[in-house]
Structures are given as C-alpha cells and as structure tokens.
Design a protein around this ligand. Structure first.
Ligand code: GUN
Length: 292
C-alpha cells in the first residue's frame, strides 16, 4: 500500500484564502487592517528566510506587516523595549519574536514581555500554561502545532482514543503538539533522544508526529502499517546534484515510510506551509480580540 499524501500546501492555501476574505470583509465593515509585527534579532539565515516569507504571506492576505530588525549585539533591554513599543501600537495585533534568539538573550523574559492578546505565536508562558490545563483557553495556540492538528482533523474522522506518539519535546513543536493532542482526547506518548527503544515506541503509533530535527531518522520498519505520519522536520542535507548544494528532507525516511503509512505529509509541502497559514489566522484573531 502506498500512502495518500497530505497536501499541506493546498490545505494551507485554502486557509490563507479564507483569511484574505475575512480581512476584506473587515475592511468593508470599516474596521482597521490587521497588523503583524515580526521581531528579528541577529542574522541567522534560516530565521531571515522564515521572517521574509511570513511578511510576504501577510501582504498577500491584506494584513499589514511591520518588520523590526535588531543587530546580534542587541541587549536584553533593547529587545524588551522593542516588544513594549509594539504592545502599545494599536496598528499591531500580533507580535512574533523569531526564535532562536542569540544565546546571550533571555528568551523566556522576552516572551513574557509580549502582551497576551498579541501573542500570535502562543509562546507566552501564560498561554502555554493555559494550553496545559484542563478547562482553560489560551488566547492563541502555537502555529506549527496548530497546523499539525489541522492536517490530522482533515485526515481522520476523530482523534478521540487514537494512540498518538510525538517524537521530540521542543517548546516550539513537540510539547505544545502533545498538549493539543491530549485536548483532542488522544492517548499521547512523548518520546525523544533519551527514550529507550524508540522504534518500539513509534511502532505503537496510530498517529505519529516526528519533530526531532534529525534527517530521515524514522525508518519504514518503525511505522505501524496504516499509521498517519506528520513530518515536521525540515533538514538540509548535502546534495551535489542540486544547484544549491543541498536538498530538504524531513525527520522521516519518506520513500520507506510512504510504503507503510496510510497518510503522510511530504517535505517540503506538508507542515511547513501550515505554520504560516495558522499565523495569519492567529493575526486575524488578534485583530478580533482588540475589538473586545
Ligand atoms: N522558530 C522556528 N519556528 C518558529 C515559530 O513558529 N515561531 C517563532 N517565533 N520562531 C520559530
């Protein structure tokens, strides 16, 4: 059996088109243009690419984008004061501080500075705390995890009672996606580089979320036949046949796993585009929260 491909690119385009319509409806109703501010500190090339594509996507959806760029030498006070200024700016409905920050900066303190109702990345400790607690609602849910759940909801009739395995425990993906799966009534196992017998744990998964950042780590014989596989990894591997000298692969050995899984996300074109689509949705939500 060859797996059905979960077309994240097409699903994300659909979400983005809906956001664009909602933004146009707001304008027609005399409401202000939603605005997203990106904060980029230093010159990490991957972060520069991500921020550029987030800003471009905003513009395409009719969302105003504000780019704040600070040098790698920026102090903690510099970054926090840039965030505070954006908190005060009524044109800004969402503030995204691109991670990772240079290592001399205190990431938690920066995220703590963001106004909860502008925390479109959902990384503010209070929003993450609410996500982890029953009966509490975060103002925003982190974008990549929300994108994974969106794809799963398009693929499966329900997540209730399914055995979900999350490979990876990062603050940005692994942990929040596990929390979202619990909220969706899945039975969740989180495993990571220190887990014993990873293949045996992964083999129990009806739904697998691979988010470890290790190229093609999950092999075909790690996967239960018929499982749904969501590959969050975006890894560069050398490839002399490409002009750039590299190609992108996920955390899953795609060619092997597609012969075992029932559904699988490709890399690129799976989870990646969903992150941006969820960010636009969250920014629109930020604009709606600002009216309450
Ligand atoms: N770095 C990698 N992924 C993300 C993300 O979703 N948001 C931010 N702010 N930084 C990231």
């Amino acid at each position: 059996m060859t797996a059905e491909i979960i077309d994240g690119k097409a699903i994300a385009e659909d979400v983005r088109a809906k956001v664009k319509v909602s933004v146009a409806e707001r304008l027609a109703a005399g409401k202000p243009v939603p605005g997203l501010a990106t904060v980029l500190v230093g010159d990490n090339p991957a972060s520069q690419v991500y921020v550029r594509s987030k800003r471009k996507a905003c513009e395409e959806a009719g969302i105003q984008s504000f780019g704040v760029e600070l040098p790698a030498t920026a102090t903690q006070a510099d970054v926090e004061s840039a965030v505070r200024e954006l908190n005060q700016d009524s044109r800004v409905n969402g503030i995204l501080v691109q991670l990772p920050l240079p290592s001399h900066l205190d990431e938690e303190a920066v995220l703590n500075t963001i106004n909860l109702n502008k925390d479109v990345d959902g990384f503010h400790p209070v929003n993450i705390g609410r996500l982890a607690q029953k009966g509490r609602e975060p103002a925003f849910v982190p974008c990549t995890p929300a994108g994974c759940i969106y794809l799963l909801e398009k693929t499966l009739p329900t997540l209730r009672g399914v055995n979900a395995v999350v490979l990876g425990r990062s603050n940005i993906v692994g942990m929040p996606v596990a929390l979202l799966l619990v909220r969706a009534d899945a039975t969740v196992t989180i495993c990571h580089s220190r887990s014993k017998d990873l293949p045996a744990i992964v083999r129990e998964a009806d739904v697998l979320i691979a988010a470890v950042g290790r190229p093609e780590m999950v092999r075909g014989d790690w996967v239960k036949p018929g499982a749904v596989v969501i590959d969050v990894g975006i890894n560069r591997v050398e490839d002399a046949s490409k002009k750039s000298g590299y190609r992108l692969v996920g955390d899953v050995a795609y060619d092997e796993v597609k012969e075992v899984a029932s559904h699988i996300t490709p890399v690129p074109g799976g989870v990646g585009p969903m992150t941006i689509a969820m960010l636009l949705q969250n920014t629109l939500r930020g604009a709606e929260l600002a009216e309450k």
